[in-house]
Every structure is written in C-alpha cells, then in structure tokens.
Design a protein around this ligand. Structure first.
Ligand code: FAD
Ligand code: EPU
Length: 333
C-alpha cells in the first residue's frame, strides 16, 4: 500500500486546480481498498474517479482514494443482447467506444463524456436524449448494501441514491450493464439529424451516431486538456408551467422541454445565463465559456473559490431576473 503525502491534485481534476491532498492512495482491487480504509479509519475520505465533476475550493485535509479498478467481463451473451460487468475505474468514454465497436447498442449518445464508469451512475450521466440508467442492471459497492438493482438506484435527472445518500460512504466497485445488439437510434435531440444529413448519411448505423455525437460535443464543449472545466456547472431547472407562461410574455424565445409532470417544464440554464449577460465573461483567469454559458472555466491559474463565487453571483442574477433558483450540478469541496 503506497500512501503519498502532500499530493498535488492538479492533473486529477478537470478544472486543473492546483490544490493539495494531505494523503493520496490508489486502489486497484476491493482488497486494496479495504486495507487503506482500515489504516485510515479516522480521517476524512474522498473517492476520486476522473475528477470531472468536482470543484475543489481548498486543500483536502484527508485521504483521496483514487479508483483504478479495471476490467470488462461479459456475464451473458445472448443472440440479441449482452450483459457486461465493468470495473468502476474504467474510463467511461473508452467503454462507450468499446461497446460501439462490439455492436452493443443505445449507449452511443453518451460518447465522449469524461470520467469513470463508477461515477457515471452517481449523477446518472445523460446527453442527447439518453441516460446511463437506461442500461444499468446492477451496481456493486463495498459496505453494507453491496448490490443495487436499477430500481434500488432511485435514478432521476442527474441524481441517484448514491448522490442523495452521501457518496463518500460507499464505494462503487463495478457496474453491470444490459445492452441490446439491435440498433435503436435516438436522433431527435439537438443537431444529430442535421449532422448526419450534412454527411449524406440516410440510414445511420450506431457508429454513425457515435461519430455525430463526438463531432457535436467537440464543437460545443471545451476540452479540459485545453481549458479547465467540469461540463455543465448547473442543472437545467424545472419550473411551474404557470411561471413559465408568465416569463414567456417577456421572453417569448425562451426554449423549454416537457417533463413527466405536466404542471412543470424544464428550461435550459445555459439560455438563462446567456440572457442574463454572463456568456463569455472573463474575470482574470476564470470565466463563463464563450460557446456554452452553462460551463464555467479556468483558463489557467484560477482558484476554485473564485469559480464558486462566480457561480454564486450567476445564481443570484438568475434568481433576480427570472425568479428561478439554479442548482449546482458539480460537487463542491
Ligand atoms: P469525479 O469527478 O471523480 O467524482 C464525482 C463524485 O462521485 C464525487 O463526489 C466522488 O467522490 C464520487 N465518486 C467517484 N467515483 C466514485 C466511486 N467509485 N464510488 C463512490 N463515489 C465515487 N455529465 C453528464 O451527465 N453529461 C454530460 O454530457 C457531461 N459532459 C461533460 C463534459 C465535460 C467537458 C466535462 C468536464 C464533464 C462532463 N460531465 C457530463 C460531467 C462528468 O463527466 C460526469 O459527472 C462524470 O460521471 C464524472 O465522473 P468522474 O469519474 O470524473 O467523477
Ligand atoms: N443555450 C443557449 N446558450 C448557451 C447554451 C445553451 O441559449 O450558452 C440553449 C441552446 O441553444 C439550446 C438549449 O440551451 O436551446 C440546450 O443547450 P444544449 O443542447 O447545449 O444542452 P444543455 O442543456 O446546455 C445539457 C446537459 C449536458 C449535455 C447536453 C446534451 C445538463 C445540466 N446539461 O446541456 O450535460 O451534454 O444537454 O444533451 O443537463 C453535463 O451534465 O455536464 C453536461 C455537459
């Protein structure tokens, strides 16, 4: 067991923030994890995957447990579907590419999302009309309740039982997914059809959709290797339909999406933030991305606390202008 001290997390968080952890240890198996947990029973702990949904506002005065549990195992291989167990430390985007290459369908819309397989279930990652919950069979954790089936996970929009019940308490070790081998493409979100048409693709395959999603994402979202960020900083809020109708009088262009509850609609936070004048705003070395107002960025050398202050200012201004409360999607530490 190798526990490092005073460890820089700069290349372990996609904001690229230069903060330190008092202790840092990597685990590749559940046994290694248990050994570390036993040794460090009384100090604060944080499980770290790809660090792509975390904002560190200060040094971490405990131990970072860096998840490197790998492995992809086919549990069942049927004519028209497959069940696959994946180590929580596998890279999510690599796993999607692997699934597409092997003809496992449906997951292609979740291409290129950073982070690990384990963390994918924590906030039920979603993009382009698909959420990871659509494929999750079981989640395996250490600790008391060690197998969660899809219903136990209590998945919601950017939400799950693991997010609700303090994710630091249990460690996700692996996830089992169920995929169809028959394509069932979801092409209705955003520019997917447009991109396919521009490439003269009339009968798209799963791989064509995967490529289209990669293309759209690369053109819109900043690459953390170039500009520090954690994707959408806020969730898209759900508001009462009556409130939406009222706002529509002043903002007739406001986009909206229906949700399950007919009394509510979802509005894009990116649109609200842009309308409030924040898009492209730069405050020294941090700011709001110029192409996507929902993404806060660190241009280099920024501080987590300044990004948090900026987020709070944005929340305040959206509250004042639209009477809408934004909720942070990123985990603040
Ligand atoms: P981390 O940031 O390392 O951790 C996140 C939280 O989960 C922390 O609380 C951590 O303690 C906990 N955790 C991590 N692993 C475990 C584990 N094994 N057991 C228990 N707890 C754990 N998200 C979307 O939903 N859709 C998108 O389209 C999307 N696009 C993005 C684009 C960019 C450019 C970026 C930077 C981020 C984007 N995200 C998106 C957010 C992010 O990719 C996801 O939330 C991702 O699942 C986080 O994975 P991670 O391994 O980096 O988690
Ligand atoms: N919009 C603006 N200005 C902006 C940004 C967006 O007007 O600066 C408008 C767009 O024109 C569009 C609407 O807002 O009408 C939605 O924009 P987009 O399709 O880019 O998606 P989003 O709502 O901003 C969500 C997810 C993303 C996910 C995309 C694609 C949340 C919080 N974010 O973003 O997830 O990739 O849809 O499905 O739900 C993440 O969670 O980190 C993330 C990146």
């Amino acid at each position: 067991m190798n526990i490092q001290q005073n460890f820089s997390l700069q290349s372990y968080n996609t904001f690229g923030l230069d903060i330190k952890a008092k202790y840092f240890a990597t685990f590749e198996t559940e046994t290694e994890l248990n050994q570390i947990l036993e040794k460090c029973a009384n100090i604060p702990k944080l499980i770290l995957g790809g660090g792509s949904n975390i904002l560190f506002t200060q040094n971490f005065e405990g131990i970072i447990l860096y998840n490197q549990i790998k492995g992809i195992k086919i549990e069942d291989d049927f004519d028209d579907s497959v069940i696959v167990n994946v180590g929580a430390g596998e890279n999510w985007a690599d796993f999607v590419a692997y699934a597409v290459k092997n003809g496992y369908c449906g997951i292609e819309n979740l291409a290129l999302i950073p982070g690990t397989v384990g963390a994918s279930v924590i906030q039920n990652i979603g993009a382009y009309g698909v959420e990871v919950k659509d494929f999750v069979k079981n989640v395996y954790t250490n600790g008391k309740k060690s197998v969660y089936n899809n219903i136990d996970c209590k998945f919601g929009y950017r939400d799950s039982v693991f997010k609700q019940e303090n994710p630091k308490q249990s460690v996700i070790l692996s996830v089992t997914f169920h995929f169809s081998k028959k394509p069932h493409l979801k092409l209705d979100y955003g520019d997917i059809r447009k991109i396919l048409q521009e490439s003269n693709i009339e009968n798209p395959t799963t791989k064509d959709v995967f490529d289209a999603i990669c293309h759209i994402r690369s053109s819109k979202l900043p690459n953390p290797a170039e500009i520090g960020n954690a994707g959408s900083f806020f969730k898209n809020p759900e508001i009462n339909r009556s409130h939406f109708e009222f706002l529509k009088q002043n903002f007739p262009q406001m986009p909206f999406y229906p949700v399950e509850n007919p009394e509510k609609v979802k509005v894009p936070a990116g649109w609200l933030i842009e309308k409030a004048g924040w898009k492209g705003k730069k405050i020294e070395n941090i700011g709001v991305h110029e192409k996507q107002a929902l993404v806060l960025v660190n241009y280099g050398g920024g501080k987590g606390i300044d990004i948090l202050n900026l987020a709070n200012q944005i929340e305040k201004s959206i509250q004042e202008m639209f009477d809408i409360s934004l909720e942070k999607e990123v985990n603040i530490l």
